[in-house]
Write a protein that binds this ligand. Structure first.
Ligand code: NAP
Length: 259
């Protein structure tokens, strides 16, 4: 299957890593559904991507980029978005579950974390992935080579969180975000097991700490120079895996991440 025939959907594609993933996939020739929870932000992201020199050079401007409203926490909205994708394209080849929230640092010291914060972070970062994936699976099953990439985080790695030599051990302990990402990588493994017989490859990506609104909000005190585009590279790679590619893995740009 050539890239030009592939249709991809990226959640939270209006900014940060999601927008960088959409840009990379469009520049590789895919048709990309640029989704955002706010319709104006989805439209603005498409306008911005269409003006991107890399995308223009690839001749992928106009009809290859489509805005779509998708709030991953809105179950009815997710189903409606899936219907629109089905009506317009009839199938989906690549799903990138990128949308995510941090929950903020102050609210997440484990002993002080409320159930409300836990629910809010899990609603977007885990339950939203399940809702979006299940709504789109019938369309992914119609693809000859479907790929699902869940944008997780090395912050959700048990190995890294429990390594006293890793920089994470110098960061404040957080209740919600790391737990939601750890659960997301496990959900990835379970989807991979179920969908392998159908040829659908499902992997989790760790983009690494990138300078986005997300990390600025977290104010972790480290100066982050890595760009969203650099973080998007591993997501692009997993989205375009060949038929012999891995499934059920957790990867950053250097290879497998320790669970
Ligand atoms: P970001 O700049 O804050 O962007 C987050 C995106 O998710 C935005 O488009 C946001 O939309 C969207 N979003 C939030 N809640 C949503 C919802 N309910 N429905 C649909 N979209 C929603 O963050 P980022 O750094 O690009 O992060 C993207 C992903 O990478 C996240 O899953 C994050 O956990 C992961 N990650 C990031 C880093 C990093 O260092 N940046 C490292 C590891 C993993 P709005 O604009 O409407 O808010």
């Amino acid at each position: 299957m050539t890239n030009e025939n592939r249709i991809a959907l990226v959640t939270g594609a209006n900014r940060g890593i999601g927008r960088a993933v959409a840009r990379r996939l469009a520049a590789r020739g895919l048709t990309v559904l640029v989704t955002a929870r706010d319709p104006d932000r989805a439209a603005a992201a498409v306008d911005r991507l269409r003006a991107d020199p890399g995308i223009r050079a690839a001749g992928a401007g106009g009809e290859r980029l489509w805005p779509l409203t998708l709030d991953v926490t809105d179950a009815a909205g997710v189903r409606a978005a899936a219907r629109q994708v089905g009506d317009r394209f009839g199938r989906l080849d690549v799903l990138v579950n990128n949308a995510g929230i941090s929950g903020g640092v102050e609210a997440q010291l484990p002993s002080a974390t409320t159930l409300e914060t836990m629910r809010e972070v899990f609603a977007t970062n885990l339950f939203g992935v399940l809702a979006v994936t299940n709504a789109l699976l019938p369309l992914l099953h119609r693809s000859a080579a479907a790929r699902i990439v869940n944008v997780s985080s090395a912050v959700g790695s048990f190995a890294r969180q429990s390594d006293p030599g890793h920089y994470l051990s110098g960061q404040p302990p957080l209740a919600a975000y790391p737990a939601a990402k750890a659960a997301l990588t496990m959900l990835t493994v379970q989807y991979a097991r179920e969908l392998r017989p159908a040829g659908i490859l499902v992997n989790a990506a760790a983009p690494g700490a990138c300078d986005t609104g997300f990390t600025r909000e977290l104010a972790l005190g480290r100066r982050i120079t890595r760009t969203a585009d650099q973080g998007a590279a591993v997501v692009e790679r997993l989205a375009l895996l060949g038929p012999d590619g891995p499934s059920g893995g957790f990867f950053d740009e250097d290879g497998p991440v320790d669970w």
